[in-house]
Ligand binder design. Structure first.
Ligand code: NAD
Ligand code: ZN
Length: 341
């Protein structure tokens, strides 16, 4: 089969022939139709220090996908060949206290598809049946291919009650933009999204009914005054990984405000804890999705009017993957979808 492989411990990815994965009794084999390029894939392509210490070489990469079941393991029940599916990208052990308590997303023993174990940038990917998510007819393959990052957005956005609340999102990358759409769908009052990249702010305004703010040009205080928000934001979603953005968020939260942090800073950062203590802020770290609960809510919201389609800005055949990675790296894109069939 054709696959995008991290073939060498150096920058790049290589489109190569690979053996098809062999499935065990509890696995399914999925014929991949469309995949999304993630920021994680950019790190793997560029071979930064995180990638160099995390990714086994050689390995097929990629974790955002939609496709069709082509083979079922002998013990798999309740799924069928031909079914359109996506899947949870974290493969967990079921032995930990968290997993046995049903909190799968808190299981410490986790392997990422396309990060620690072979991935979905391939004609076929092997996935445990436990991880498979059947797709309803109204969710087509390209939307199916971006459900993994939409799940990050949904998990983060729904961490705190948003109904009637004023929400600040820092970082208008694909996940921040989708979180803005989710906050709007969930019933927030004002949704303000910040960035320093005009392309991304403009895209945010096209995807969701939000107030985009370029914090390199405009002061957030003047925005909150214009919106008539006397005390600041009730809920903050940090989706940039920028320490400056986080500190700005802390400055503009209400006393007792709640912050969910998805963005990953590139290293240790300085935080004014005194301000967080006296403001009595709640801060919650977010990793991945709340697994099947997030998938359920995400599919339900897409079936009931949540529309994130416009966050997909580029589509191309997998043979053009290098162009796709270049576009993602430029920052002047939303999601880039690679087509395998
Ligand atoms: P992205 O890199 O595409 O977007 C980040 C955006 O933040 C960019 O548009 C950038 O211009 C903007 N930004 C930079 N400085 C800023 C500032 N001072 N104020 C406001 N915005 C600023 O990332 P993405 O794919 O949308 O993902 C969002 C973040 O979430 C990233 O940090 C990513 O690493 C992280 N992430 C975390 C998880 C998790 O499980 N915790 C999963 C996926 C992604
Ligand atoms: Zn991803």
């Amino acid at each position: 089969m054709k696959a995008l492989v991290k073939a060498k411990a150096e920058p790049g990815l290589w489109l190569q022939d690979q053996p098809e994965p062999e499935i065990g009794p509890d696995d399914v084999l999925i014929g991949v139709r469309k995949t999304g390029i993630c920021g994680t894939d950019i790190h793997i392509f560029s071979w930064d220090s995180w990638a160099a210490k995390t990714i086994p070489v050689p390995m097929v990469v990629g974790h955002e996908y939609a496709g069709e079941i082509v083979q079922l393991g002998s013990a798999v029940r309740g799924l069928a060949v031909g079914q359109r599916v996506s899947g949870e990208g974290h493969v967990i052990g079921l032995g930990s206290r968290a997993a046995r308590g049903g909190k799968f997303h808190l299981a410490p023993d986790t392997a990422g598809i396309g990060v620690n174990i072979p991935g979905a940038f391939a004609e076929f990917v092997k996935v445990p049946a436990f991880n498979v998510i059947p797709l309803p007819d109204e969710i087509d393959d390209e939307l199916g291919a971006i459900l993994d990052p939409l799940g990050n957005a949904v998990h983060t956005a729904l961490s705190f009650d948003l109904v009637g609340e004023d929400v600040l999102i820092t970082g208008a990358g694909p996940i921040g933009i989708m979180a803005a759409a989710v906050a709007r769908h969930a019933g927030a009052r004002h949704v303000v999204i910040t960035d320093v990249n005009p392309y991304r702010l403009s895209l945010a305004g096209q995807v969701a009914d939000v107030q985009p703010v370029d914090v390199s040009a405009e002061d957030l205080g003047s925005v909150t005054r214009r919106l008539g928000m006397k005390e600041g934001f009730d809920v903050g979603l940090e989706m940039s990984g920028s320490p400056a953005a986080f500190n700005q968020m802390v400055d503009h939260m209400v006393v007792g405000g709640k912050i969910a942090m998805l963005g990953i800073p590139s290293g240790p950062t300085t935080v004014d804890w005194t301000r967080i203590v006296f403001k009595m802020l709640v801060i919650k770290g977010i990793y991945g999705r709340e697994m099947f609960e997030t998938w359920h809510k995400m599919l339900s919201m897409l079936q009931s009017g949540l529309d994130v389609r416009k966050v997909i800005t580029h589509r191309m055949a997998v043979q053009d993957f290098e162009r796709g990675f270049d576009i993602m790296r430029s920052g002047n894109s939303g999601k880039v979808v690679l087509e395998w069939q």
